[in-house]
Design a protein around this ligand. Structure first.
Ligand code: FAD
Length: 428
């Protein structure tokens, strides 16, 4: 089957964009990107603006759903603002994260920073991912396809020379695998490190009763064998996500999800009179990795390069920051020797190190209720410590102090105005 096959041209909301009409004249470009999620689309936009020729392949059509907690942390929000999509984002601002454990509540406000907004935003993934992909479609130099399933890498003389997409060969100097947590390319290149954990993630959306005020926090409820996340969304909607050990699920997953929601008194109260407006979506496993993240001519990006349990809610932020970093490296080194791929990978690991360490600590703590009780007492006594930890997960600061390097040089008028707008709107 050729690339101009049926799949590529099925109308969707993007179908009018000229760039989707397949014209297979050149089979060689600078960069091929598998996966038009956050990491893939953000990279395509940046590379396009730098003058690269990019082909972006997404197997779904937009708008599409994606199981996620939908809480965009300030570091990720700053990365989106730098991409220039601020005007169309929408979303509901929140000031930080609140933990609920038994009768205790601890609140961690996002720390202030010169380079990022003071708030995060709850944004529907079906909306966010579509905005980014559409922006990629409009970016000069980028040709973006929907309904385009990447089948496998094209390997020649020990190098990744391209991709097979819907039966057709595409070639480029660099191939990027941004095809998500269960990356087909990572698997095809035998780079998978399978997950040892048995966790499931699930989520559903609710429209709150008119009398119910929207909270300005992401609320996290710690229960036995599970955590529930409630993220405020625009138009009086609330996303509720659950992360749970498979052993904690008894009977139908929908029934179990409902049981957990009603077992938390504060959440039950918020959901009183609400209406569920999306189907429950689930995903497993919630963590996994890559034996290595690059090969000659090839690099993994975003969740495809390894993903941690979403417990600390920074996955989207770190996918966006890594895309930004990769674009910077490509701008400086593309076309020279490929040693820069290893350098980029080292820098990326450094960028993610603290966030991943914090995630591992959280996963361990939540498995031990006695430790969790002690930690809650500590966080309540020291809001500054909690605020700092929330800053680490949101891409604002380092675990042992200092701001995140990538954010430091960011200051555009557009960013400043949107940042202030959000700060004003998110009261406590
Ligand atoms: C339950 C849950 C809750 C979460 N909550 C949060 C949260 O609150 N905040 C946060 O920041 N992060 C959260 N995350 C993490 C976040 O969702 C991910 O880190 C983020 O989506 C990673 O982006 P990505 O672009 O790497 O991958 P994805 O968003 O998964 O995008 C990959 C894209 O590749 C496409 N694709 C896959 N295979 C192919 C193929 N063969 N050919 C073509 N296209 C392909 C897919 O359709 C998809 O569009 C959560 C995750 C889960 C599971």
């Amino acid at each position: 089957m050729s690339l101009c096959a049926r799949n590529f041209l099925i109308p969707n909301t993007l179908a009018e964009a000229d760039s989707l009409d397949w014209a297979p004249q050149h089979s060689m470009t600078d960069v091929l990107i598998a996966g038009g999620g956050l990491a893939g689309s953000a990279l395509a936009i940046r590379l396009g603006h730098m003058g690269f020729g990019v082909e972006l392949f997404e197997r779904s059509r937009f708008p599409r759903e994606k199981p996620c907690g939908e809480g965009m942390m300030p570091g990720g929000l700053a990365a989106l603002l730098r991409l220039g999509v601020a005007g169309t984002l929408g979303g509901e601002p929140f000031s930080g994260v609140r933990f609920h454990f038994r009768q205790q509540v601890a609140a961690g406000r996002f720390p202030s920073s010169l380079a990022v907004p003071l708030t995060g935003r709850g944004i529907r993934r079906r909306h966010l991912d579509q905005i980014l992909f559409e922006e990629a479609t409009r970016t000069p130099g980028v040709t973006a396809y929907v309904g385009a399933r990447v089948e496998r890498p094209l390997v020649e003389h020990g190098r990744i020379a391209g991709l097979i997409v819907e039966g057709s060969e595409r070639r480029a100097s660099l191939v990027v695998g941004a095809d998500g947590p269960h990356s087909r390319l990572r698997h095809a290149l035998s780079l998978d490190v399978p997950s040892q954990e048995k966790w499931v993630g699930m989520r559903a959306h609710f429209r709150l009763a008119d009398s119910q005020p929207q909270a300005k926090w992401v609320d996290v409820y710690h229960g036995p064998g599970y955590e529930l996340y409630a993220t405020p969304l625009p138009a009086g909607e609330l996303l509720v996500a659950a992360l749970a050990r498979t052993a904690a699920i008894h009977g139908r997953i929908e029934d179990q999800f409902r049981t957990w929601c009603t077992a938390e008194p504060k959440l039950r109260e918020r959901l009183e009179g609400s209406r569920q407006v999306s189907e429950l979506m689930a995903i497993s496993p919630l963590s996994g990795g890559a034996r290595r993240s690059f090969l000659p001519g090839f690099i993994l990006l975003g969740d495809a390069a390894g993903f941690t349990d979403p417990i600390t809610g920074g996955g989207m932020t770190h996918a966006l920051l890594a895309a930004e970093l990769l674009a910077k490296y490509a701008e400086q080194h593309f076309g020279k020797s490929e040693a820069w791929l290893a350098e980029f990978d080292r820098k990326r690991r450094a960028l993610l190190r603290d966030f991943r360490m914090l995630t591992r600590i959280m996963v361990t703590l939540t498995a031990h209720p006695r430790w969790m009780a002690a930690i809650m007492r500590g966080l309540r006594l020291s809001p500054a410590l909690f605020s700092h930890l929330v800053g680490v997960s949101s891409g604002v600061c380092r675990l042992w102090g200092g701001e995140h390097g990538l954010q430091e040089d960011v200051e555009s008028p557009q960013y400043a105005s949107v940042g202030h707008l959000l700060q004003n709107r998110a009261d406590s």
